[in-house]
Design a protein around this ligand. Sequence first.
Ligand code: ATP
Length: 218
Amino acid sequence: MLNVEGLNAWYGQAQALFDVNLLVGEGELVVIQGLNGAGKSTLLQSLIGIGPRAQGRIEWQGAPIQGWSAHRRARAGLGFVAEDRRLFTGLSVKENLWIATQAHTVSGGQDTPNQRCDRILSLFPQLKAMLHRPASQMSGGEQQMLALARTLMTGPRLLLLDEPCEGIAPVLVAAMRDALLKLARQGVAMLVAEQNNILAQHAQRVLLLTSGRMHQVT
Ligand code: ATP
């Protein structure tokens, strides 16, 4: 599904990724661990086309996509949730979800935006209960759920998640983990960067990044 070979990335003269190889198969949950500054965010951003200068091969469903724009990668099924969530804080939960369908939707989806919205909200009852609340009036964990739900509205085939359970209340960590595991069981592939071992124990593979170099753990 996603096959990365020899990926290098640089911020100016400083190299952040060194010959990274990575494979995510159909429906797999793969976790990348690593300390702060190891390169996890740089790797995810490079894969979706918003990273720094990079070199290497990124193959998605058989096509080399390293030359593609971020928009084209998203349309092809790569969905990203950033660590800083990037919500429209002045808009409500419902508006944040609907705006995602205006931006782009992965081609080939079967369901209507309404059906998709209902399906996604059934994963996150917390969001369903606050559809008209502005995102600015939600807790960090609720905002994290909304960011994930918004990305799901585009119908991604692979979710790239940067620290989805970091810095949120324990009760919401459990809800987030359960929602992600449910999505995994439904066949959505995931590549997750995390430091806190919440999804790692459920992953098909755990990889470790140290100073921009990838090692396989399990
Ligand atoms: P964290 O969990 O703290 O975000 P990370 O594993 O995601 O860490 P990155 O944020 O990818 O690590 O950082 C990898 C390296 O690239 C670090 O040395 C960092 O200082 C550097 N770096 C990250 N972003 C930039 C930037 N915008 N400009 C210059 N250097 C950067």
